[in-house]
Ligand binder design. Structure first.
Ligand SMILES: Nc1ncnc2c1ncn2[C@@H]1O[C@H](COP(=O)(O)OP(=O)(O)OP(=O)(O)O)[C@@H](O)[C@H]1O
Ligand SMILES: [Zn+2]
Length: 464
């Protein structure tokens, strides 16, 4: 599989450190609000990368953190008169509700900053001992001048950055590019005891600490949104490599932005839609499908139109699946001689799907392959097919959609009330002598695996 590595600015063959194993770290949310669909992009896309590795037989260790102490959380807590911990706990719970509905698999570990304070302190102490960090009035800074490779990920011209950064006046830092590892406690802030007095960790240090704690000094993949490349990931590299003397992450993956009117969707600009609000309008599986319909590095302008397209695309997939499930219940027999080429073609779709996914996780092309498969099934598999070939087709369909985790909800999801409602509509149509509509409703139900029987006691129905 080839992945675009921000570190080298090219697509590279993925080679794991340890055979059969992938160690991934994905920067998680700062929990002071519901997350928006821009934030959902890395969560969904890297979930698919993980699932694809698993499909290929890798064991994946997947770590995604929660930033549960931060200025924004503290501000929100002070506004609402509750503790930062209460704010964070609330939004972590809400995160899981939305993430589950988006079909995002739970990480192997979801560590929180506040559960890693001792590890963070030890890490900073080590940096200080090695001469990479210095203390000023209870704050501790990373000395970027000491780390020769600073800037290697973002390929930034450090001189230019320094000029820009001078606008931000901070007399405590030796150099404008230095960044904070530990912040001395201010009033109305949570704080922890440390060798530098009471305080709390800076933002960047948490990811270096949690990645090494759960995955080791060198990890395979580190991922997040494109905005994190600089300074966040650059700083993570500086901290981790200064401490261990080893390469921190071998592949750096960054997703492009979800935009609104060509501007990055972001909490600070207020131009965002939360996943929670969207869930009131559409099933979140549609949002997942929408996300996968573009390559993860391309910018996407969010619109209702794209969401509607995703909705009808997903319906096409469910229709195909239901058709196959219906056929399987109603046909019989082993594969026939003239179906051998179909079997082969079905397997070719798998290969094509894998080729797309192997090309830097091109889910957009992978979805096109699934649509081709659907067209192929619709024209080649019917009442005259053998049971075996229909089962084969369903298996391939499920394998491919399973990697993306789309269209795999069981249709038993159709509720009894919905069925009853459709039956009532059919009765009404019959009364009005609209037999065409009545037959259509019966057929629609049949496609959903619901069989009607007109009895003297009224209409009875059963699931096939
Ligand atoms: N518009 C966007 N499109 C794609 N990814 C985004 C977008 N906005 C944020 N992200 C990513 O979402 C993830 C979660 O980050 P976090 O919760 O810190 O969001 P944030 O940066 O505070 O959001 P915002 O930019 O709205 O303030 C990060 O990987 C970040 O890069
Ligand atoms: Zn991070």
């Amino acid at each position: 599989m080839k992945l675009y590595n921000t570190l080298t600015r090219q697509k590279e063959e993925f080679v794991p450190i340890e055979e059969g194993k992938v160690k991934m770290y994905v920067c998680g949310p700062t929990v002071y609000n519901y997350f928006h669909i821009g934030n959902a992009r890395p969560f969904i896309m890297f979930d698919v990368l993980r699932r694809y590795f698993e499909y290929k037989g890798y064991e994946v260790l997947y770590v995604q953190n929660f930033t549960d102490v931060d200025d924004k959380i503290i501000n929100k807590a002070n506004e609402e008169g509750i503790s930062a911990k209460e704010v964070a706990n609330k939004y972590i719970k809400e995160y899981f509700k939305d993430a589950d509905a988006l079909g995002i698999k739970r990480a192997t570990v979801h560590p929180r900053v506040t559960e890693n304070i001792n590890e963070i302190i030890d890490f900073i102490k080590d940096l200080q001992q090695k001469g990479y960090a210095y203390e000023v009035d209870g704050d501790v800074y990373f000395d970027t001048k000491k780390f020769e490779d600073y800037g290697k990920l973002s390929k930034q011209n450090i001189k230019e950055l320094e000029l820009g950064a001078r606008i931000e006046v901070n007399d405590k830092k030796k150099n404008p590019m230095d960044f904070v590892l530990w912040k001395a406690k201010k009033e109305n802030e949570p704080g922890w005891e440390s060798p530098w007095g009471e305080g709390r960790p800076g933002w960047h240090i948490e990811c270096s600490v949690m990645a090494s704690r759960y995955l080791g000094d060198t990890i395979d993949i580190h991922a997040g949104g494109q905005d994190l490349t600089f300074p966040h990931h650059e700083n993570e590299i500086a901290q981790s490599e200064a401490k261990s003397g080893k390469q921190f992450a071998r592949y750096w993956l960054h997703n492009g932005y979800i935009n609104i009117n060509n501007e990055k969707m972001s909490k600070s600009k207020g131009n965002f839609f939360t996943v929670r609000d969207i869930s009131k309008e559409v099933d979140l599986e549609v949002v997942r499908f929408f996300m996968l319909s573009s390559h993860y590095r391309n910018p996407v302008n969010f619109s209702d139109e794209l969401l509607n397209q995703a909705k009808s695309g997903l319906e096409r997939l469910y229709n195909c699946k239901e058709k196959l499930e219906f056929l399987i219940k109603n046909i019989q027999g082993d594969i026939k001689e003239n179906e051998q080429p179909i079997k082969k073609e079905l397997n070719d779709f798998k290969k094509k799907f894998e080729e797309s996914m192997d090309d830097d996780l091109n889910t957009a092309d992978a979805i096109s392959v699934i649509f081709e498969l659907v067209r192929y099934i619709n024209t080649n598999i019917n009442e005259n097919s053998s049971l075996e070939i229909a089962q084969d087709a369903l298996l391939v369909f499920k394998e491919l959609t399973g990697v993306l985790n789309i269209a795999n909800k069981e249709k038993n999801d159709i509720l009894d009330e919905e069925i009853e409602k459709m039956i009532q509509e059919r009765q009404k149509a019959k009364k009005e002598k609209n037999f065409e509509l009545a037959d259509k409703i019966r057929d629609d139900l049949k496609k959903m695996g619901i069989i009607l029987e007109d009895t003297r006691q009224g209409v009875k129905w059963r699931r096939v």
